[in-house]
Design a protein around this ligand. Structure first.
Ligand code: HEC
Ligand code: HEC
Length: 192
């Protein structure tokens, strides 16, 4: 664990083990990184590259204009902190498939939107994500919808332009259906 070894030399606050420091994140992102908080994403089982990139954007105040506590939280993080949080959360078990069954019609419409716009070509056929592309499977539906609306309005700025361009032809009803589909997608429950 190179990131942990590097942490040993950091300041006193950072000297605590990452599992202990991550408990501060659980307050909003849920125990084990499975969010129970409205409009707040689950961050467990995200590709480490994605989490590093997002924390980097927050730290540099480059993730757009969405008001969020993350700007303040990421401000003092070192590069080693970014990597340590990202590696830690990447290895946690993914959020479960939500218990209530999806609305069959909306699920089917959402799947058609995802197929038509090749979401899986970047986010993986099972929507578990890779590299800088986030896991979408079993993410909170409200957060999926919010983040897509934010890309469309320009309130969220991505690490790359891929999402803004992908979402141009999608209507708001398409975003809602594809969020419903992804939140309920029966993804494999294995850790990364
Ligand atoms: C006070 C609540 C709060 C705390 C504490 C908090 N977060 Fe967040 N975090 C949020 C919210 C809200 C968002 C969604 C921002 C938005 O709407 O774009 C977010 C977004 C993120 C994202 C982007 C994920 C994605 O899928 O877009 C990452 C990564 C993240 N937080 C990591 C962390 C880490 C690591 C910690 C602990 C060091 C932490 N957060 C602590 C509230 C919090
Ligand atoms: C060209 C590759 C590409 C395609 C195609 C693509 N995405 Fe993305 N997507 C990305 C990348 C890269 C990010 C992270 C961007 C950033 O830094 O904010 C992302 C982020 C997201 C997020 C934010 C999730 C989070 O946790 O913050 C959602 C939601 C999303 N994509 C949904 C979709 C949907 C739905 C489709 C199909 C309609 C799609 N994507 C197609 C590359 C792609």
């Amino acid at each position: 664990m190179a990131a942990l070894a590097l942490l040993a030399g950091a300041d006193a606050l950072a000297a605590e083990p990452i599992a202990k420091r991550a408990e501060a994140c659980f307050a909003c992102h849920g125990a084990g990184g499975h969010s129970q908080t409205a409009l707040t994403p689950s961050i467990a089982a995200q590709p480490a590259f994605f989490t590093v990139a997002q924390l980097f954007l927050f730290r540099d105040n480059r993730r757009g204009k969405t008001p969020t506590p993350m700007y303040e939280i990421a401000k003092g993080m070192s590069n080693e902190d970014l990597r340590a949080y990202a590696d830690y959360f990447a290895k946690l078990a993914p959020p479960p498939v939500p218990a209530p069954a999806p609305d069959a019609a909306r699920f089917a419409r959402g799947r058609a939107v995802a197929q038509q716009h090749h979401c899986a070509s970047c986010h993986n056929p099972d929507f578990t994500g890779r590299e800088q592309m986030p896991r979408l499977a079993n993410q909170r539906e409200d957060y999926l919808l919010k983040s897509m609306r934010d890309y469309k309005s320009g309130a969220r700025v991505g690490y790359s332009r891929g999402m803004e361009e992908t979402l141009v032809p999608l209507a708001d009803a398409d975003l809602a259906d594809v969020a419903h589909f992804l939140a309920h997608f029966p993804a494999p429950q294995k850790p990364r």
